[in-house]
Design a binder for this molecule. Structure first.
Ligand code: ZN
Length: 309
């Protein structure tokens, strides 16, 4: 596996930062550290503010100072990804408008997307993430936690945008796992799932939604494990969730990231990591058995942790 990475690197590492509750104040210092340590990662945004009230909000690209900062990140080599076009549900027309706006601001369509909680146009979300028996178990055990239906992939819905997603977004996140080596947890990624045709390629992530769980996932032992395996880690987190408090950056976070930066890792944005896998291994189609295995593993993780992702 270690021959897999370019530039003689031993392993690959990236982060997808979910923009929930993010502001310039609470995530700015996090990105300053990443930049200083040589990590180029993926920061998601909402291109539009939207008209309604969000379940979970945060700064959007309609905030001038924030937008200027996000564009500066992009110029430094960070990837800007999409977290739906607004922090609440968007119609097909709004989604198209938001994607056009994204392209205007960042010069290209989004390479990566993660669905935002509470957006009903989310694509293959809720129980649509699963098939057959796994879906049944999810519906019975987790019913009530996911209110409402998600219809981004439902062709008869006014929220449908699956055709646009397939055309304009390259990678969408689905499963998250409780282990540091995302590629070991989901070997076929990035993969196409013929039963979910509106997404070109799916990717998985390692779960660390806030500072404590993020630090636990990036423990020294786990860092060494990832490096020794020659694997790839895509952390899924919310940098607004405790990484930077009134006294500045979380100390363990700073220490762990500093340690990681000294290992021989390939620290690139999510889409570059996935592009590399795609180029070296070719596009993978997910088979039925493989899909059932992934779904079962994710469901077990979800039930164990009651995670939000
Ligand atoms: Zn979110």
């Amino acid at each position: 596996m270690s021959a897999l990475w370019p530039e003689g690197k031993d392993f690959a590492f990236s982060i997808f930062d979910d923009t929930d509750l993010a502001t310039l104040e609470n995530v700015g210092p996090v990105y300053a550290l990443l930049s200083e340590l040589g990590f180029l990662t993926t920061k998601s945004v909402w291109p539009l503010r939207g008209e309604g009230r969000p379940r979970i909000g945060g700064a959007t690209c309609e905030d001038e100072d924030y937008l200027a900062w996000v564009r500066e990140l992009q110029a430094r080599g960070f990837e800007i990804g999409l977290h739906n076009v607004a922090y609440h549900t968007s119609s097909r027309e709004q989604t198209i408008f938001g994607l056009d706006r994204f392209r205007e601001l960042f010069g290209h369509d989004p390479y990566t997307l993660a669905n935002h909680a509470g957006c009903r146009e989310s694509i293959y979300w809720g129980s649509a993430r699963l098939s057959g028996m796994q879906r049944l178990v999810y519906d019975v055990l987790l019913r009530g936690r996911r209110k409402g239906q998600f219809e981004g992939h439902v062709e008869s819905s006014p929220l449908f945008w699956g055709d646009i997603c397939r055309e304009r977004v390259k990678y969408v996140r689905n499963f998250v796992f409780g282990q540091i080596d995302t590629l070991a947890a989901c070997p076929p990624m990035p993969y196409h799932d013929p039963t979910r045709p509106h997404v070109r390629y799916w990717f998985a992530s390692s779960e660390g939604p806030e500072v404590r769980s993020f630090n636990a996932m990036l423990s020294e032992a786990n860092q060494d494990r990832l490096a020794a395996a020659g694997g790839a880690c895509i952390m899924y987190t919310h940098f607004a969730a405790g990484f930077c408090g009134p006294e500045g950056l979380d100390r363990s976070f700073r220490e762990l990231m500093t340690r990681l930066s000294r290992l021989n890792g390939w620290f690139v944005p999510v889409h570059r990591l996935l592009d590399h896998l795609l180029e070296t291994r070719g596009p993978l189609q997910l088979g039925r058995r493989q899909r059932a295995r992934l779904e079962r593993r994710w469901l077990a993780h979800k039930l164990r942790t009651r995670g939000t992702s």
